[in-house]
Write a protein that binds this ligand. Sequence first.
Ligand SMILES: *Cc1c(COP(=O)(O)O)cnc(C)c1O
Length: 472
Amino acid sequence: MRSVVDRPIFHIARDDRGGFGAFAPNAEVDAVELDFAQRSDGCGGFAQVSEPECVRHYTRLSTLNFDIDRGLYPLGSCTMKHNPRLNEAVAADPRFATPHPYWPEPYLEAHQAIMGELAKDLAEVSGFDEVCLLPAAGAHGELTATFMMKAYHQAQGNTAKNVILIPDTAHGTNPASAAMTGFKCKNISSGPDGYLRLEDVVPHLDDTVAGIMITNPNTCGIYERDLSRIADALHAKDALLYMDGANFNAVMGIFQPGKLGVDVMHFNLHKTFTTPHGGGGPGSGPIGYVSKLAPFAPGSGTKQSIGPVKAYFGQWGMYIRAWTYIRSLGGKGLREVSEEAVLNANYIKARLADTLHVPFATPSFHEFVATDKGFPNDLATIDLAKRLLDHGFHPPTMYFPIHVKGAILIEPTETESLEELDRFIDAVKAVRAEMETSPEVVRTAPHTTPVRRVNEALAARQLHLRWSVGDE
Ligand SMILES: *Cc1c(COP(=O)(O)O)cnc(C)c1O
């Protein structure tokens, strides 16, 4: 039998029970009965529950998910760091939380000054000439940038440039953004040591190449040491270098892409600058770029601008958090963030060297990729991930990057203590030992979570998210 916890609220509803109602006996408008039977979408109306039932139902639901406030969340490529409560306090201040973009200009002066400061800070830490805050996520930053790259080539009269090179280490959003802009994507392989070598790129550099999209450090956590040389080769052909900056947490205060040949890059404020996924709101993916791309940026005020990409000011709530974060740490603090993120990842990597197979000997930055090679009894990455849940940890990223078979991508971030890192390492070692001694326990995990192992392929194909009348 399913527990009360995972039944939809409609199952505890009773017609004779209701919550708080707002009665306005002197209201000058007539009450309107909502006629749910008229709705074409089959919605059976609101569940009738008392206030305590309602509060308890949703409070219970809120405890079922794993979250960053509960424990280590080593999801590679996502930078699931702690959300400082100071950011939340500042963002909740009514002076920051209530402004509306339609307010008259003078009332928004302080907010615009803060956005200006944030853009300047991001430009400084990345070495770019300009920053546009508007894009609403990393992928949206990519899309904005690829449109700017296209506009740049059109302005040069380079209409033959219609190909974007995508290394095998790329996040899926990179080819998606390029394709949505109308570019053709050409996949290229990185070298045997896990990074893209100049000689992997040069053979592809013909007159059709508009640019390349490189993540740095890449999605194996490896620094792209040929980046500047690749930039020179591209620029010699008037092609552009896009850097996916999702992994910027590894290099703040250490490496400035704008000074080393990168033409345009996106930041993930919701990774690097706190407020990670589930951290209290939407994302934000500002882009930094060199001055030759500036006329094409949204809001540049020139005829060559690609036009608006987001209404009003963009994700203000994320700006105020990122601005607070940068101000509370300062330049030195940001560098320490990256140094500790790199140290934590390498600590885990070193302590797990005898437990997980690591495919590249190349040094790691803020994350490292391991694989399930050598797991006994036909067990695989997914089994390690599921069993870790029973040990109280969110699993690492699984099966990404896709060119590494059975990938396990581990990113602890800088906000974890040594004790927590040790607990995680011990849990991985314990699961690895269980794979030998009690493989069935691992194969059927998780055993302690509200939902056990589900058929993920089926769940994706036959997604059933809405309760309707008659559903059990
Ligand atoms: C997260 C991520 C993205 C996409 O960012 P979103 O904000 O999720 O759209 C792109 N590239 C890499 C390498 C990422 O890790």
